[in-house]
Ligand binder design. Structure first.
Ligand code: HEM
Length: 509
């Protein structure tokens, strides 16, 4: 008789075989992983990728939004492969805090991108250049000479005059009760202030008038922000860039800006300064050029002077204008906040205009500006960084030579940091110490660490001064037939459609 019991595997068999199978599978998985990740590192998670493209196909036309969506699934520290470029994306205040507090030095370089190289005169500027001794020296000198509080204060008259000119031009149109293009007017405001601060009031723009220069500048901002395939698929991306016009637009736009700045620099060199004139930024830069010698760690050349002027225009004009435009759009959509802010300003200011000295008293205005920068940071992804040395972030291993993006837009709308994050609610800042100066990582529209925006104080003065005067002097309505809530808030790189509103001269004015 067959002993069925003996033919049947023992109980041990049922335990050991699956166990052995499990162990060998785990071993196999570990070996495969080890081959992909030879140093046995714990890499940040990321979605499955395509050959060659990696995750490029997942990045939409508004990268901060697509990356924010991805981070909901893969977490606040993600690893993406953009073509051939490994890229870390940070999307929470906690991860940003850890980065800025403990790994700022290890992550504060900039990648050598095609557009950055062109517009920085081959990386001799401040904003786009990699970290190193040259950058450190340049930043030190610029902080001392260009962005110090005394220099910022010295331009007060220019800011007040230009805001006054804006108010006058709006009051002329206010009698017609037709909408004005506020986006356009605010762009002219920040461009005029920057032009006067940089070049002085006697500057002649050569063949370029104000309006033409603004077009040139807008094209430059678009060109530098455009995605160059050369940077991500070097083997044949350069062919794509030539076929789709990216390369040509970049070269053309750079040539236009360069010709303009060359003219400015020559104009300024030949200009005999009278002792009464305040030094403008080009004067300071040309003095830096004269004073630096070949033996200095930092030799300031004429290209370096032009590269720094480029930084100031590309970093400072659209950012300020965009902040004021978003503020006005939010205020029109939230009439109670608009009314409260106007009452506060009008009860505090008894003159017909707000001066810079008054701004300290306008606490609610400061809350409104913080709320606007939280919801609409002009750089929703901070300019890309490049890691320099290895470090651990959120428990993950981060390697050198990775691009690193900080998604300020996602951090500003993170429910972990903000109650009702999608609401425009400036009162959230009452009795809160949170500000944008780089120490509160839930609100970092000016970035943080070594690369923090050096123009922050200058920018905030312009934004606050312009807003305070627009709200003191006028009441604002959407165009006839449009309800407040219908004001379009769609974004492109900036607010997509121009903001058109009807100004009504206030009785205070
Ligand atoms: C609302 C207005 C502005 C905003 C939101 C803004 C934001 C920023 C941000 C996010 C960065 C990058 C920081 C980082 O990488 O961590 C930056 C850098 C920079 N900004 Fe601004 N900015 C504004 C206005 C200005 C103005 C008016 C100027 C000049 C007058 C300026 C000059 C610069 C420069 C030179 C850098 C490069 C700093 C470096 O890499 O060392 N910005 N800005």
């Amino acid at each position: 008789m067959l002993n069925v019991d003996r033919m049947m595997p023992s109980n041990d068999f049922f335990i050991w075989v699956p166990l052995l199978f499990l162990c060998s599978s785990l071993l196999l998985l570990k070996t495969i992983r080890k081959q992909a990740n030879p140093n046995n590192k714990l890499l940040p998670p990321g979605p499955p990728k395509l050959p060659l493209l990696g995750h490029l196909h997942l990045i939409g036309s508004l990268p901060h939004r697509s990356l924010s969506q991805l981070s909901k699934k893969y977490g606040p520290v993600m690893l993406l492969q953009l073509g051939s470029v490994p890229t870390i994306v940070i999307s929470s205040a906690a991860a940003a805090r850890e980065l800025f507090k403990f790994h700022d030095l290890a992550s504060c370089s900039r990648p050598l991108l095609t557009g950055s190289g062109r517009f920085s005169y081959n990386f001799v500027d401040l904003n786009l250049s990699p970290y190193g001794e040259r950058w450190r020296e340049l930043r030190k000198i610029c902080m001392l000479q260009l962005f110090n509080p005394r220099r910022v204060e010295s331009f007060q008259e220019i800011r007040e005059e230009e805001v006054g000119r804006l108010v006058n031009s709006i009051s002329q149109s206010s009698s017609s009760s037709s909408p004005i293009d506020l986006s356009d007017k605010l762009y002219s405001l920040t461009a005029n202030i920057t032009t006067r601060v940089a070049f002085g009031s006697i500057f002649s723009g050569g063949k370029l008038d104000d309006e033409h220069f603004q077009h040139v500048m807008r094209r430059a901002v678009a060109a530098i922000g455009s995605f160059s395939m050369t940077d991500f698929i070097p083997s044949f991306g350069w062919i794509i860039d030539r076929l789709n016009g990216v390369h040509e637009r970049l070269e053309k736009s750079f040539a236009e800006m360069d010709a303009f700045f060359q003219h400015v620099v020559e104009d300024r060199i030949n200009f005999k300064k009278s002792s009464k004139n305040e030094e403008n930024i080009v004067d300071v830069l040309l003095r830096m050029e004269r004073e630096s010698s070949e033996s200095d760690a930092l030799k300031v050349t004429q290209d370096c002077v032009k590269a720094l002027i480029m930084d100031i225009f590309l970093a400072g004009v659209e950012t300020g204008a965009s902040t004021i435009v978003w503020a006005m759009a939010e205020l029109v959509r939230n009439p109670k906040v608009m009314k409260k802010l106007q009452d506060k300003i009008r009860s505090c200011i008894k003159e017909d205009s707000v001066k810079e000295i008054d701004l300290e008293k306008l606490e609610y205005l400061k809350m409104v500006v913080k709320e606007v920068l939280r919801l609409h940071p002009p750089a929703p992804l901070l300019p890309p960084r490049e890691t320099i040395s290895p470090f651990k972030l959120n428990g993950y291993d981060i390697d050198p030579k990775h691009h690193l993006h900080i998604n300020v837009w996602a951090i500003g709308r993170d429910p972990q940091s903000w109650t009702d994050p999608e609401e425009f609610f400036p009162e959230r800042f009452i009795e809160s110490n949170v500000d944008y100066k780089g120490q509160n990582f839930e609100l970092i529209p000016f970035g943080g660490g070594r690369r923090i925006c050096p123009g922050m104080n200058m920018a905030i003065l312009v934004v606050e001064l312009a807003l305070a005067n627009l709200l003191l002097c006028f009441d604002w309505k959407p165009p006839d037939g449009m309800k407040e809530e219908d004001v379009d808030m769609e974004e492109d790189a900036i607010k997509k459609s121009p903001l058109k509103l009807i100004p009504v001269l206030s009785t205070n004015f």
